[in-house]
Design a binder for this molecule. Structure first.
Ligand code: SAM
Length: 333
């Protein structure tokens, strides 16, 4: 186990500065989306193997000392874990974090909006792949479209911004609605982001012909021309566009067709305490064992640094040599 290091910042072998940590606080989810957790019941992580909130907070503080400034909380579904908002409040109290955001399916969001607002969280990503309640049920296995739709509107009314709507584009499932979803940006300030379906778990084998961003963009541009929006500091990998005069934006996340690995500034902390340096590789580093065996902050920092030193240059989805057998639900999107 690495114990000390001269390096004090998370910079990998390719000189990428890692300042963004995505934290999955649970592997549990209240939906079973086709592209994320399809098929057989998912084996849940035992409770004792899931990091306690205090453990996560300690790791975040160490991460901040190594250069992490941006954190996204995800899952599973973050709101199915008890105490999520209390945890978020403690996270917002960590000095050095300039950006804390949340990814949720929105099903339980509405009841938490006041609290989120009070503790200063403003950036929300909400997953919604269809505007049809029946289709929503088909995709997620749960009838919850209305609840999600209400949450999205309530969030915008309360001043959350940006409210990003994550749409996984699926051939033969929701590709008849892509234009309708894009048109939302004429009426609302949503950022509608089309995500290329990435191969995870069994989906890996079933999705040999994913719908890619150039095709999606071409379809959407039949509504009206799209102009590129210039990139900002907090931008992730989305390529951003806007219809002229529209309050909202359109984004494309091109993980499959055009990888953005050279700009990747991310690390993931899984719910069971492993550091994952590439979403599309199953290679992870255990930090929980050290954390629970009395390791000092310096030793834990060493584990972060060693994991980052090993971050792969790029994923190899295009030539099918990336191996990712885990489902997104257990990784955290
Ligand atoms: N439960 C939360 C939610 O639904 O937003 C957070 C976790 S979910 C795994 C995070 C994001 O990953 C979602 O926006 C989801 O659409 C995306 N996602 C899951 N599986 C995917 C896949 N195979 N390809 C692309 N995006 C995926």
């Amino acid at each position: 186990m690495p114990t000390t290091s001269d390096q004090t910042e998370l910079i990998d072998a390719y000189q990428r500065h890692i300042n963004y940590l995505r934290i999955s606080i649970t592997d549990r989810c209240n939906l079973r989306c086709l592209y994320c957790a399809p098929g057989r019941p998912i084996k849940k992580m035992p409770h004792e193997s899931i990091l306690r909130y205090e453990e996560i907070l300690r790791l975040v503080k160490i991460g901040v000392r190594l250069g992490i400034t941006k954190v996204r909380v995800t899952g599973g579904e973050p709101f199915v874990r008890k105490g999520c908002c209390d945890f978020l409040e403690k996270l917002t109290a960590i000095r050095g974090l300039s950006d804390i955001s949340l990814t949720t399916n929105g099903v339980l969001l509405k009841r938490h909006l006041n609290r989120l607002h009070e503790i200063g969280i403003r950036r929300l990503n909400i997953s919604l792949d269809t505007l049809k309640p029946d289709k929503y049920r088909e995709i997620t296995s749960v009838s919850a479209f209305d609840r999600v739709w209400e949450s999205i509107h309530a969030a915008v009314e309360m001043g959350f911004s940006p409210v990003k709507i994550n749409v996984v584009a699926m051939r033969g499932i929701n590709d008849d609605e892509l234009k309708e979803l894009a048109r939302l940006t004429f009426s609302y300030p949503f950022h509608v982001r089309f995500i290329e379906q990435m191969p995870f778990g069994e989906v890996c084998r079933e999705n040999s012909n994913p719908l890619l961003a150039p095709d999606i963009k071409e379809r959407i541009e039949t509504i009206a021309p799209l102009s590129a929006v210039s990139r900002e500091n907090n931008d992730g990998p989305a390529r951003r566009y806007r219809f002229e005069g529209a309050p909202g934006e359109i984004g494309f996340i091109t993980a499959v067709s055009q990888h953005f690995c050279s700009e990747c500034n991310r690390l993931r902390l899984t719910a069971d305490g492993r550091i994952r340096t590439c979403l599309l590789s199953d290679h992870t580093t255990d930090i929980k064992t050290a954390l629970r065996s009395g390791a000092s902050d310096e030793m834990l920092a060493g584990i972060f640094l060693a994991a980052v030193a090993d971050k792969p240059r790029r994923h190899n989805l295009q030539n099918h040599s990336s191996s990712c057998l885990n489902k997104m639900i257990s990784i955290g999107g």
